[in-house]
Design a protein around this ligand. Structure first.
Ligand SMILES: Cc1cc2nc3c(=O)[nH]c(=O)nc-3n(C[C@H](O)[C@H](O)[C@H](O)COP(=O)(O)OP(=O)(O)OC[C@H]3O[C@@H](n4cnc5c(N)ncnc54)[C@H](O)[C@@H]3O)c2cc1C
Ligand code: SF4
Length: 509
């Protein structure tokens, strides 16, 4: 049964086999697997329960305030990186752009060599196959890519780079382009429609609008989870409490929130909060003579990976397109006044190409750090290492070259005073620009790390079964266990790891 905050008028005290905190990529897959094993499962989700009836409004203001952390305003502590992160039943999978990749072999090898991992493509294969089947993950070439993605494909082809169509978790996708606001057509196979539906149909209780405030450990065992019901519109506690007394807790609140909850709970063992990876994103806007209408059509259908491995000492990046909707564009373009009006006026002719930088791989790159503020809210500090700044500069040249080769009449950077290019001859001007934090727009939709896995309690928070090193009935099953960026969009890696974790969690009950 799904219970929403408005229905929860009296305190709740409930026992179960497993309490799953967070209903996103990790929590959804895990909860369904545990219910299928006959276990009693309580899922706590701080966001609301919204469905395609709400998403049909295609209202950006509604979606940002209801479906994203901090109403879409989450950022690093210095405001240099905007953090887009999901917050509703289904977590990030309710608002993500559906691009799916298995974990690349290069990353698995890096983890084996540097993080004590034993994961291989072969050991993960059955888990990827299972989630691909349930979530309809397949190459998506039902219709041609939209003009926004086609700019990347044309530019890449003209420059001799390899581009390919993405795999997506959709069934009968209407190609509307509104994935980021919740799918209005129930085509996206996020957790809301798949694993959470399976879990609830199998008897799980899901408490929406209910934030886990503290995981209480006595001795070396979790004895209860204390949660508060939130008033949905104002995100304030209603005064109603939910206490869950499980045999096992699976923390699935995602990177940033999972380490923050451990810290709030005084479970501070190991490098909790450290190695927070963001896959920092830079973008360039191309203006075309023909309409692009980048709000229409599947948001990410083309990808280029030619630059993802730039050698052991340089930060690699991969290229995709970002959808161009008015509100997202409005907050992404760092221009104001007449310049903003002009940019918004050109929106229908603008394509947005992005470079997603792969953090955590070059020697010494420890990513960022999550801490908690006095009021218990998370704070993310993220340093701009020289290798990352160099990658930003290189990525700008690559993105500009792609736009120009695709036929853009003008290319603009996301600096407060944009660098404007109209031909390849202008490319050297990008080298004169400044790069790094607060120099230009930087974004993240892929948060990872903070509760990393590994065999050594000194350098990791959970073991290779995703079990907390000190507290054996506590697991972390979400993107926060990943020790590095992935070089691909992360959702399928998290689905696969959550599927892998089902056995260990179930056998602990
Ligand atoms: C706009 C956008 C586009 C994206 N596009 C893609 C894409 O195309 N492909 C891809 O692979 N990835 C994409 N991602 C990233 C992907 O969705 C995430 O990496 C993934 O969902 C993370 O899974 P998770 O289980 O770690 O956490 P989440 O899916 O974020 O789930 C965590 C859940 O826990 C809840 N929670 C947190 N703390 C608490 C608490 N204390 N109590 C109760 N509940 C709590 C949160 O509200 C949230 O619902 C995108 C993300 C965004 C925001
Ligand atoms: S593009 Fe497809 S999956 Fe995305 S919102 Fe539209 S119909 Fe849903």
């Amino acid at each position: 049964m799904i219970r929403i905050g408005a229905e929860l008028t009296g305190d709740v005290d409930v026992a179960c086999d497993v309490c799953v905190i967070g209903s996103g990529a990790g929590g959804g897959v895990l909860a369904a697997g545990l219910v299928a094993r006959g276990l009693s499962v309580v899922i706590l989700e701080e966001g609301g329960h919204h469905t395609s009836r709400d998403f049909r409004k295609a209202d950006e203001a509604f979606s940002f305030s209801m479906l994203y952390q901090d109403r879409g305003t989450r950022a690093t502590e210095d405001l240099a990186i905007t953090l887009l992160q999901g917050r509703s039943v289904g977590g990030g999978t309710t608002v993500n752009w559906t691009t799916c990749f298995r974990t690349p072999e290069r990353i698995l090898e890096h983890w084996r060599r540097h993080h004590g991992s034993t994961l291989t493509a072969e050991s993960l294969r059955p888990h990827f196959e299972a989630v691909e089947e349930r979530l309809g993950i397949a190459r998506w070439d039902a219709v041609p890519q939209n003009a926004n993605n086609d700019a990347l494909a044309r530019g890449a082809a003209a420059l001799g780079w390899t581009w390919e169509r993405t795999r997506r978790n959709v069934r009968a996708c209407a190609n509307s382009g509104y994935c980021g606001f919740g799918c209005p057509f129930d085509a996206k196979q996020g957790m809301l429609l798949t694993t959470l539906a399976d879990a609830v149909a199998g008897g799980a209780d899901l408490y929406a609008d209910t934030r886990a405030e503290r995981i209480v450990v006595e001795g070396d065992r979790v004895v209860r989870v204390e949660a508060r019901v939130l008033e949905r519109e104002r995100t304030r506690a209603t005064g109603v409490s939910v206490v869950v007394r499980p045999r096992v807790v699976a923390l699935c609140g995602g990177a940033v929130n999972s380490p923050a909850l451990l810290l709030r709970s005084g479970i501070t063992d190991g490098p909790v909060g450290r190695r927070t990876m963001l896959h920092p994103v830079v973008g360039m806007s191309g203006r075309y003579d023909e309409p692009v209408q980048g709000w229409s059509g599947a948001p990410q259908s083309v990808t280029v990976h030619d630059f993802v491995d730039r050698g052991p000492d340089r930060v690699g990046f991969f290229l995709e397109a970002a959808p161009v909707h008015p509100m997202l564009a409005g907050v992404s373009l760092p221009v104001v006044g007449a310049d903003q009006a002009e940019a918004m006026g050109q929106l229908g002719f603008s394509s947005s190409l992005i470079a997603i930088c792969v953090d955590g791989l070059v020697p010494g790159d420890e990513g960022g750090v999550v801490t908690v503020k006095g009021d218990g809210r998370p704070s993310v500090a993220y340093p701009f290492r020289p290798e990352l700044v160099e990658a930003f500069a290189s990525a700008h040249e690559v993105l500009a070259a792609a736009h120009l080769a695709a036929g853009a009449r003008e290319v603009l950077s996301l600096h407060p005073v944009p660098v404007r290019l109209t031909s390849e001859r202008d490319l050297p001007r990008l080298r004169e620009a400044a790069y790094g934090g607060l120099r230009h727009g930087v974004f993240s939709a892929h948060q990872m790390g903070g509760c990393t896995f590994g065999p050594d309690p000194a350098t990791s928070v959970v073991d290779l079964d995703l079990r907390h090193h000190r507290v054996p009935n506590l697991f972390v099953v979400d993107g926060s266990v990943l020790p590095t960026g992935l070089g691909v969009n992360p959702s399928e890696t998290i689905y696969g790891l959550a599927h892998l974790a089902i056995d260990a969690v179930a056998s602990t009950t």
